[in-house]
Design a protein around this ligand. Sequence first.
Ligand SMILES: NC(=O)c1ccc[n+]([C@@H]2O[C@H](COP(=O)([O-])OP(=O)(O)OC[C@H]3O[C@@H](n4cnc5c(N)ncnc54)[C@H](OP(=O)(O)O)[C@@H]3O)[C@@H](O)[C@H]2O)c1
Length: 261
Amino acid sequence: MEKIAFIGMGNMAQALAAGFISSGKIKGEDITAFAPNQEKLHRNAEKIGFIPASDSRSAVKDAGIVIMACKPYQIIQVLEGLGDALNGKALISVAAGWDYKRYSEVLDPSVRFQFVMPNTPAMVGEGVLLFEETNSLEQEERREIMELFGTVGDVHILPSRLMGIGGAVSGCSPAFIDMLLEAFADAGVKYGLPRETAYRLIAKTALGSAALQMATGEHPGALKDKVCSPGGTTIAGVAALEEAGFRNACIKAIDAVMQRG
Ligand SMILES: NC(=O)c1ccc[n+]([C@@H]2O[C@H](COP(=O)([O-])OP(=O)(O)OC[C@H]3O[C@@H](n4cnc5c(N)ncnc54)[C@H](OP(=O)(O)O)[C@@H]3O)[C@@H](O)[C@H]2O)c1
């Protein structure tokens, strides 16, 4: 595997670097990273095991793969700082909105690139990683990179036109699902459950329900039906959720994301 350089070592880059190293597919000594706050970078290097760099050009010098993991609005400035240091390398970018088309307008033709949209559960190896179908990586290189990213979650390839909605559903929904956990825990606390117990019960129930759906491949509606006995308590809860516009609220949340994107 080629050496990897990270530009930016925030939440997402840390999740990726830690996952890559613990998978054994790459050694920490073959990963370099640059971020402006050197004290924080060195602390993370110690914890995760990569090599810290004092500037972006030296970070990418020996790397074949560069992972752009700073904020989207910082990218132009970062690319200016890197200059020709990226030439001939593979650039994997996880910055929201920086897709193939946008990079193709600013990168040297010798840079091969791929837009990937990850989500925060990648921090515990349970992420979703959307690979834009259009890319300029070499075939074998892309296969290897997809395998590497697969160490922190499920990899999916999406056409460019679906990266926005895919990113909304997998990238933004962790926040919505956290709200759901909080809301059900509030209900549990209202009826006397201790706060910590309530969070644990609902989080494990969400995890288990998702795992059951993925393991069986059953339609979520069919799994819901199995829990709803006629005239029972669960169907009363389902009816209450529908009355409060539960489904519509979820769809409206994604509408709002798409309108901003
Ligand atoms: N978090 C998510 O859920 C998520 C999901 C999908 C995609 N993404 C994408 O992942 C990227 C990083 O997100 P994040 O949540 O990890 O953000 P973050 O925690 O704020 O990390 C940003 C990193 O960029 C570094 N940075 C700032 N200015 C820089 C510069 N001029 N050159 C190089 N590095 C610089 C920061 O370094 P200092 O700390 O030293 O300033 C920090 O290490 C974003 O583009 C975002 O769109 C994030």
